[in-house]
Design a protein around this ligand. Sequence first.
Ligand code: FAD
Length: 266
Amino acid sequence: MKSVEPEVHLVARPQLDYDEIARYLADVGGQSWLERLDRGEMDAELNDPQNLAEFAGRLCYRSWEPGLNPNVTRVRTDQDQYLSNLLASMHGSVLEHVSFSFVLHNVSRVLTHELIRHRPGVAISQESLRFVRLTDLPFWFPDWAKDDPELMKRSTEMLAQMERFQQWMTEHFGLDEEGVKFAEKKHKTSFMRRFAPEGLATGLVWTANVRTLRHTLEARTAPGAEEEIRLLFAKIGEAVRAEAPALFGDYEITEDGAWVPKWRKV
Ligand SMILES: Cc1cc2nc3c(=O)[nH]c(=O)nc-3n(C[C@H](O)[C@H](O)[C@H](O)COP(=O)(O)OP(=O)(O)OC[C@H]3O[C@@H](n4cnc5c(N)ncnc54)[C@H](O)[C@@H]3O)c2cc1C
């Protein structure tokens, strides 16, 4: 039995092609927006996730600068203010362009069952336990459990016994013998996983757009949410807030760790 901690690895984020954006803006007369970016007026460094959200928002009203759309006589030039207004006015569809991909490593099947209930705006590739044979049973223990010696003794004994049963089945089915067809290995591996606990740590790639992230961050850090998913989403929250502070800066983190947005359900 291997004791593990749930981990969040942010592995992909948006990247803009500013040359293509410049070609588009030249056609609609919005070059001044890009010039503000180039001069660093909108942000100390280029922040592609935030710039993409702003770009998509401004395209809607052609609000690159006053007058391009005769209905627009004033535009916000500060990105923080622009994006705050976008959140406040619930223009959340713009946020769907901005996606982040995470490897969620050492998370239990308890957690992944709950995570996949969030449907729009996500993509999921989960480790297949039909294909990947269990050789050990990685398992996360919360601190309060680790502080209980009797509980730890009994639970690690039980996990060790389950691991031995996995090894016994491997030998019993002869899975590592010469010539065993892959289809047979898959068939038996799928049977064997039924004897693994739901707390088994596994992993997935989880991609979510910012609209979904804002909603799930609130729901899954709420005091009533399950403790492992709360812990995981606190890590996801820290990661995305560092990436795009203007898109996640309105959250307050309460004493009990709940992320509460100023603007709910954009
Ligand atoms: C603390 C907690 C306890 C829970 N307990 C249970 C439980 O005991 N049993 C259980 O089965 N589930 C439980 N859930 C899961 C919960 O019921 C939801 O399925 C899950 O949180 C997904 O969130 P969502 O419904 O907001 O949908 P998401 O898929 O995250 O969608 C986001 C939003 O998009 C809209 N939307 C998405 N799909 C549709 C649709 N098909 N039609 C219309 N609008 C849509 C809704 O406005 C929705 O809020 C729990 C969740 C939490 C956070």
